[in-house]
Design a protein. Structure first.
Length: 559
């Protein structure tokens, strides 16, 4: 396991993958926040977590900010945290962190990071039971030491036991979002087919559309939970059943991918969905709001004393705090709660807003395209853009006369940076250009565009690296000057834009097209993942080229 210099486990890094100094400093600040939580501090932990998030989202090494004297321009870095940042950059450590480490056993932080646990519970284990790490906690459970402990019923003890076992078991690491989405969609479809299910959705980091997923959390409501679990546990992809209980089952999927399926009461479905979607930082802030209002919020609802005020829907949960419902993709405690309180949440692009996919490397023949057009027509899409590879322009003229009703074909031509001079021409039979960003940096001399132009196929550098960010900034500038748009696909690890890069492009004035990366007509639905990544990057409806026109009856947005 990777660790910090003192041997503590690192927090999972966001797929933006900041430069090494940024990543290590953010990890230390999160470690400080965890230890301050254990010490019972109320406000300081959140200050350090906010600083950590800001540092991870920087597009360049934090040392450059320090060299320019601009640390105070980074959100969340005031005088005290700025001094600790400079100390780290000079010495490679922070004395304050070392002093906090001396107050607590290293294993107690590992306990605190287990699903469903937190600083208060970890501190209780330490103070009341003398438990200093996961191994001791497992032994305490086996010895019955948690039985009868206030707040620990049989169900909660079993959940802790399961979390400990999952932490011990070898897993293959994080899974690319598209693979995780496909798995979740297939499992939920199979359960719906074989069991009575009223509501079903994937929660966790998949619902937040992180670029990679550690495990899957699936939630359903049903009046026959045993039949739901029978259907789930009969699926052929299961390697091992780790637990089957009355409300939850845990399995290892093919490749050591863990999946938790929970059947929850309809009256608590919204609360459970909100709780298990996360993120952890977002939920910590929500619990703070609850405490300040004399309330309690958990996976069962929002409570005042024993009275449940909300729980059936997520909207009800947020409304109990006077907040608008917050889109799952932006629940990272990056200002969304404050904006919800002020009624100024962003008008994010939605799947229902789209009416086209402009980036399909699909068959060029009219007959071979028909299944694609039928699938697009079923989705209510007006346009499909088929892209011919380098060296072939293709010709859409014949195909336009024999199409599914209401669906139009547009022919694109893929070009490299060396061929970018063609942007100033209009080849016959070509409706748009697709420039490969991985073929080189953007041209210094900006041509005048004769056709709509999409920038796609991003370089295979590490996402978030300075080289990658410099390339993206260059193409964003190119797009701003020419009107070209940036392509977002459901494959950020395979030449696509990650959400951190998307958000930086939004802030720089970038505009986008969202694509499915489909290889078959059935895969056009993958565009939902691209939409999620765009939403995670705070892409608005007005930023997206392939959205419906306001006059089409969809929600309006400026052109």
């Amino acid at each position: 396991m990777n660790g910090t210099p003192d041997g503590r486990p690192r927090s999972p890094r966001d797929p933006g993958r900041p430069p090494p100094a940024n990543a290590e400093l953010a990890t230390i600040f999160r470690g400080i926040a965890d230890l301050l939580d254990l010490a019972g501090e109320r406000f300081k932990p959140e200050a350090y977590r906010r600083a950590a998030r800001s540092i991870e989202s920087l597009g360049e090494d934090i040392r450059k900010f320090a060299d320019r004297g601009e640390l105070d321009q980074i959100p969340g870095i005031g005088q005290a945290i700025g001094e600790k940042t400079r100390e780290f950059l000079l010495t490679g450590k922070i004395e304050y962190y070392d002093r906090l480490n001396e107050q607590f056993p290293a294993g107690i932080v590992e306990i605190m990071q287990l699903p469903g646990l937190g600083p208060k519970t970890a501190r209780r284990f330490l103070v009341e039971l003398g438990v200093e790490g996961p191994a001791e906690l497992k032994a305490a459970i086996a010895a019955g030491k948690l039985n009868g402990l206030k707040g620990f019923g049989a169900k909660k003890i079993e959940l802790i036991r399961t979390a400990l076992e999952a932490a011990e078991g070898p897993v293959r690491g994080r899974t690319p979002i598209l693979e995780a989405w496909r798995t979740a969609e297939a499992i939920l479809a199979a359960i719906r087919e074989k069991a009575p299910v009223a509501q079903a959705e994937a929660a966790g980091s998949l619902r937040r559309r992180r670029e990679d997923v550690g495990d899957l959390d699936l939630l359903v409501t049903s009046d026959d939970p045993p039949k739901v679990f029978d259907a789930f546990l009969a699926l052929p992809g299961i390697e091992k059943v780790k637990m089957r209980g009355p409300t939850k089952s845990t399995v290892l999927w093919t490749g050591r991918f863990q999946i938790d399926l929970r059947v929850v009461d309809p009256s608590a479905y919204g609360a459970a969905l909100q709780y298990f979607t996360g993120s952890k930082d977002h939920n910590v802030r929500l619990r703070t709001l609850a405490r300040d209002r004399g309330l309690k919020v958990n996976e069962y609802g929002v409570f005042r004393g024993e009275e449940r005020l909300a729980g059936a829907t997520e909207a009800d949960v947020y409304a109990a705090f006077g907040l608008k419902w917050i889109p799952a993709e932006i629940r990272e405690d990056q200002g969304e709660l404050d904006r919800a309180a002020a009624g100024h949440l962003p008008d994010l692009i939605d799947l229902a807003d789209l009416d086209a996919d402009w980036h399909l490397h699909a068959p060029q023949g009219e007959a071979d395209r028909r299944p694609w057009l039928d699938a697009a027509h079923q989705r209510g899409w007006a346009t499909l853009g088929f892209v011919a590879g380098p060296g072939g322009a293709g010709d859409a003229s014949g195909a336009r006369h024999a199409l599914a009703p209401g669906t139009t074909v547009r022919q694109g031509k893929e070009i490299t940076v060396e061929e970018v001079a063609e942007l100033a021409t209009k080849p016959p039979g070509v409706d748009f250009f697709l420039v490969r960003a991985d073929s080189g940096p953007p041209p210094k001399k900006v041509p005048r565009l004769k056709l709509p132009t999409i920038i796609a196929h991003w370089p295979g550098r590490e996402p978030g690296s300075p080289e990658s960010q410099a390339t993206i900034r260059g193409w964003v500038t190119f797009g701003h000057e020419t009107g070209a748009v940036l392509d977002v696909t459901p494959k950020p690890a395979g030449g696509g834009l990650d959400s951190a890069s998307i958000r930086r492009a939004v802030e720089a004035g970038g505009r986008f097209t969202l694509s499915s990366a489909a290889e078959t007509p059935a895969e056009l639905g993958q565009i939902a993942v691209a939409v999620g990544l765009a939403r995670r990057g705070w892409v608005l409806r007005s930023h997206v080229m392939n959205r419906r026109a306001p006059s089409s009856g969809a929600r309006s947005g400026s052109a």
